[in-house]
Structures are given as structure tokens and as C-alpha cells.
Ligand binder design. Structure first.
Ligand SMILES: Cc1cc2nc3c(=O)[nH]c(=O)nc-3n(C[C@H](O)[C@H](O)[C@H](O)COP(=O)(O)O)c2cc1C
Length: 199
């Protein structure tokens, strides 16, 4: 069982990544294999709305997203993490999400989704912002919820931490990372169960 953790932060080892790492550690403790990807280190472009994917469900842009499509299609669970930037998700994560417009066509026009909704494959969302504004997290959650729906991943919930700005400050309250670790453990159990194995 492979769990794919994708970070949308430009800050290596920043707050949202720390939360993601703890989550993945929790899942690994319960037997999941984990893979971590930092979008900021990939070479990819925003969706060009060229619509050349409408009859195939496949994006024609030849960049690093071509490595990510099969990973998302085959992972057993997907975790997305992002800092809050200007009241919503980072540009890196938005670019990643928009590039799944081809999957929108695959699902709604071609009736050939890359992931079957019947599988109920689990997903989870993590965000960290400096300000204690609930609306920012809600805005970020909304964007990611639309993505999870389009690609047929079933959201198991989210962890949104507010009030953390400086790099590493998320660890000032040790219960934050502990909570992420526990969420990872719970998430892993979900994967093991949906796979038919024993928890
Ligand atoms: C370009 C930019 C925009 C930001 N906008 C917001 C914002 O709108 N609301 C907020 O609460 N924090 C905002 N922040 C602060 C980050 O969300 C905060 O520092 C967070 O901890 C960064 O997470 P990271 O270390 O995972 O990148 C912004 C930071 C940057 C660099």
C-alpha cells in the first residue's frame, strides 16, 4: 500500500511539510509505504486550457506532470499539503490541481475516470497559515475538495493549523505534530481496510 504525500510549499521543511512528514510517519508505522513529492522542485507548467485533452483525457504538455499522473492513478491514498498564501492554497498546488482538467474530461465527457469512485480511495488535506482566520482554511479546503471530487478520491478529513508563520514554529506546540502522526495512523487503517487486509 503506497501513500503519496505531495507538498505545495516552496519552503523545504516548512510548517506544512513538517505536518505532512508526521502524518506520513504515522501511516508508515501502521505498515504503509510512503512517497513524498515536493511540487516546487518539479518542472511543470500551468494548464493552458488548450482543450486538447477533451477526447483522450490525457494532457499533451510534456513536463514533470507526466510523472505525477501515473503516481496519483496508482497510489492507495493521497495527502496534499500547502501553506496558506493570500487566503488560499499555494500557486504550486493550484497549478498541480488545474493540470487535472484532463481527468475532468476523462470522467465527465468520456466516462473513463482514471480512478473509479467505487474504490473510495482515501485522501487527506493539510494546510498551515500565519493568521488565525478560519475563512482562509475554508477557502483552501474548498479548492482541494473540488479536486478530490473530480479525481474520485474520498476525503477522510483535513488538518488546518492557524497562527504559525516562522519556519518550524508549528513544532512549538508539540501536540500539533502528534495530532498529525495520529491522523496518519488512522488514515493508514482506512487504506488497509479498503484493501481487504487486516488493520
Ligand atoms: C506569499 C505568501 C503569502 C501568504 N499569505 C498568507 C495568508 O493569506 N494568510 C495567512 O494566514 N498566512 C499567509 N502567509 C504565511 C504562511 O502561510 C505561513 O508562513 C505558513 O506557516 C507557511 O507554511 P510553510 O512553512 O509550509 O510554507 C503567506 C506567506 C507567503 C510567503
Amino acid at each position: 500500500m503506497t501513500l503519496l504525500g505531495i507538498s505545495g510549499s516552496p519552503r523545504r521543511g516548512g510548517n506544512s511539510e513538517e505536518v505532512l512528514f508526521s502524518f506520513l510517519e504515522g501511516a508508515a508505522k501502521k505498515g504503509c509505504e510512503t512517497e513524498f513529492i515536493r511540487l516546487n522542485e518539479l518542472n511543470f507548467h500551468p494548464c493552458q486550457a488548450c482543450d486538447r485533452c477533451r477526447d483522450t483525457g490525457k494532457c499533451v504538455i510534456k513536463d514533470d506532470m507526466q510523472l505525477l499522473y501515473p503516481k496519483v492513478a496508482t497510489c492507495d491514498g493521497l495527502i496534499l499539503s500547502t501553506p496558506i498564501f493570500f487566503g488560499t492554497i499555494s500557486a504550486q498546488l493550484k497549478m498541480f490541481i488545474d493540470r487535472f482538467q484532463c481527468w475532468w474530461h476523462a470522467k465527465y465527457r468520456l466516462n473513463r475516470p482514471f480512478i473509479s469512485s467505487a474504490e473510495e480511495r482515501p485522501s487527506f488535506f493539510i494546510c498551515v497559515g500565519a493568521l488565525k482566520k478560519k475563512e482562509y482554511c475554508e477557502s483552501a479546503e474548498k479548492a482541494v475538495e473540488v479536486f478530490f471530487n473530480v479525481v474520485n478520491l474520498k476525503s477522510q478529513g483535513s488538518l488546518c493549523f492557524r497562527g504559525y508563520d516562522a519556519k518550524g514554529s508549528i513544532g512549538d506546540d508539540p501536540q500539533n505534530l502528534k495530532k498529525a502522526f495520529l491522523c496518519g495512523e488512522v488514515f493508514a487503517r482506512k487504506i488497509v481496510k479498503s484493501d481487504g487486509g487486516s488493520p
